[in-house]
Ligand binder design. Structure first.
Ligand code: PRP
Length: 175
């Protein structure tokens, strides 16, 4: 049974959004040596494009969060399976997330980061799906908004498939 993918955000639209976000971050963080923390795995492509477009000196770290249960029905059980390796005390931190859905993942990570006393903690997300929000999230730098639908591509997966696609698609399951 094949998945049917419907294009939602073509690569050109993603590129424009990433460039805009990078410009905003450069305006706010030039000279501050920000630390970008990518939330694995989904953010790896977005982070790569974002840091190259920002054109400012910065550092990079990663954190891996796993949300148990399928993303169709969030269990609310978010676990950190790989933590950051950088001391973020008094650092300017930007959390980089591919998609904000229920908001549960970011809430867990934000609380964890705040406890480490950064100078500044901002959130940069490529896509948000407001309709499924369960926990409020203040997204400081937002690229694109989507209605409901399961998204894949540009880092986003369905059962680990489709992360490599340059565009973002809605996956429609055949029944
Ligand atoms: C996805 C996505 C976000 C999170 C958003 O990660 O990359 O991190 O879900 O959902 P939420 O707002 O409902 O918490 P996932 O747990 O699927 O892991 P992955 O990044 O490794 O694909």
């Amino acid at each position: 049974m094949e998945d049917h993918l419907k294009l939602l955000f073509p690569p050109e639209e993603i590129h424009l959004a990433v460039t805009r976000l990078a410009n905003e971050i450069r305006r706010d963080f030039a000279g501050k040596m920000p630390l970008f923390i990518g939330i694995l795995k989904g953010s790896f492509i977005f982070l790569s494009d974002l840091v190259r477009a920002s054109k400012i000196p910065l550092e990079i770290d990663f954190i891996r969060a796993i949300s148990y249960g399928s993303r169709h029905v969030s269990s609310g059980d978010v676990r950190i399976t790989k933590d950051i390796e950088t001391d973020i005390t008094n650092r300017h931190v930007i959390l980089v997330e591919d998609i904000v859905d229920t908001g549960l993942t970011l809430n867990v990570i934000v609380e964890r980061m705040k406890a480490k006393n950064p100078a500044d903690l901002k959130i940069c997300a490529l896509v948000e799906k407001h309709i499924r929000r369960e926990m409020p999230v203040k997204i400081d730098y937002l690229g694109l908004s989507a209605k409901d639908g399961f998204l894949v591509g540009y880092g986003l997966d369905y059962n680990e498939k489709y992360r490599y696609l340059p565009g973002i698609y809605i996956i429609e399951k055949q029944v």
